[in-house]
Write a protein that binds this ligand. Structure first.
Ligand code: FES
Ligand SMILES: [Fe+2]
Length: 413
């Protein structure tokens, strides 16, 4: 853990079942997260190998707040380095993706190679014998800060930590299995978009791990039978409780005699869609899992929801804003019809999605609701107990408690 100034914060005695609201709106805690958590012993999603197929291909992204360039060099190796000029700190690259032999900073034209090494300084020797850098200036001392990179099934992860275990170990067997299950053959990118949230980044990472709300807040899921608690499923956590897999099997649904026929005010089970092609698809996986969210602490979720495959990557923008970057995926070998089905279903997700817009709305309702809360006020995360065990019951907040366990361990709180 990188040492940062002390923060004025104490975790409640009730442990993982109480999450202080202060964690979502305290600037000092937000600043500490950038060092302790994002630069700590954690791996972060940087992109996919298929986004950078050729030497010189690059993309820009963020690790926490820090701007990052990911680049495939001329030998085919993947490199990641901070997108912050070694001269005076300007962002070197302003493009989302492209191909470069060198990255040249717009401010004074210092240039960096595909590994982030400084290879050129404008007017290094001055002009007509005057000015320029001192003779002692050594290019090799002023490269861009580099990250450790690891790749799992074409998913590129990066870290500032020298000691965190390799990604395969970090993920543990359940996450490895479920990520491999989706990334089982070459994929293709169907699109990118981002969604701006007016809420702290952790509010979304709680939300995406929370099966409790899925068929309640999301009327579409509950009413049209895409995801209900009456379906078979599981909430799995790795040994440390840091990462999670939550899945459901739609075909196993049986709401007869269940709570759905009682008094759940928002769920209407008798509705049918005027145009069922909106959610039409095909069974894609032998294990019959139809909804699967695989979340790797701290900041990325891989998804299979019906036939919508993709990645959601959260970037903190300020203490009370964040941005979620979506990458929609299909398989390189699929036919045009399958691709069209994935794109049609994706109307349910993303910033204006019939399902996902509700997540952005409700997390902002929490951010607004906690304004003015006292330091000892906290949310209640007791559904399903106090621990972070795996189980087949999804009326539980076990996966949220796992997130907060990881948070406490990385933040030292
Ligand atoms: S800030 Fe990049 S060259 Fe000066
Ligand atoms: Fe949701």
């Amino acid at each position: 853990m990188v040492e940062t100034p002390a923060i004025d914060f104490e975790w409640p005695a009730k442990g993982l079942t109480r999450i202080p609201y202060q964690l979502f709106n305290d600037q000092n805690i937000y600043d500490a997260e950038q060092h302790r958590l994002f630069r700590g012993e954690t791996w972060h999603y940087l992109g996919l190998g298929i986004e950078l197929p050729s030497p010189g291909d690059f993309k820009t992204t963020f690790l926490g707040e820090t701007p990052i360039i990911v680049c495939r060099d001329k030998n085919g190796e993947l490199n990641a380095f901070v997108n912050r000029c070694a001269h005076r700190g300007a962002m070197v690259c302003h493009h989302q993706s492209g191909n470069r032999k060198v990255f040249t900073c717009p401010y004074h034209n210092w240039s960096f190679d595909q590994k982030g090494n400084l290879v050129g300084v404008a007017f290094r020797n001055g002009v007509r014998g005057e000015g320029g850098m001192p003779a002692s200036f050594n290019l090799a001392d002023h490269g861009l800060e580099t990250l450790r990179v690891d790749v799992f099934h074409d998913v590129i992860f990066g870290t500032f930590s020298n000691c965190v275990a390799p990604v395969e170990t970090y993920l543990g067997p359940d996450l490895r299995h479920h990520i491999s299950r989706v990334f089982n053959r070459p994929m293709k990118v169907l699109g990118h978009y981002s969604q701006f949230f007016r809420n702290n980044w952790k509010m979304y990472m709680e939300n995406v791990r929370d099966p409790y709300h899925a068929s309640i807040l999301h009327l579409f899921f509950g009413s049209f039978g895409l995801s209900r608690h009456t379906m078979d499923g599981a909430a799995l956590l790795d040994e440390r409780g840091w990462h999670s897999v939550v899945y459901t099997k739609r075909a196993t649904d049986d709401i007869r005699g269940s709570e759905y026929e009682g008094d759940l005010p928002s769920v209407k089970t008798g509705l049918v869609l005027e145009d069922p092609s909106l959610i039409a698809g095909w069974p894609e996986f032998d294990d019959k899992i139809t909804n699967c969210l695989m979340t790797v602490f701290p900041s990325v979720t891989f998804q299979q929801i019906s036939n919508c495959l993709g990645v959601r990557h959260i970037v903190p923008r300020s203490v009370d804003t964040s941005e979620l970057f979506w990458t929609l995926l299909g398989y390189a070998d699929e036919d045009e019809k399958q691709t069209r089905i994935r794109i049609k279903q994706s109307n349910l997700y993303g910033p204006a999605g019939l399902v996902a817009l509700e997540d952005g709305a409700v997390t902002n309702m929490v951010q607004r609701g906690i304004l003015g809360a006292d330091k000892d006020e906290a949310s209640i995360v007791e559904l399903g107990g106090e621990g972070y065990e795996s189980g087949t019951n999804r009326v539980t907040e076990t996966v949220l408690r796992g997130f907060w366990k990881a948070y406490r361990e990385t933040m030292g709180v």
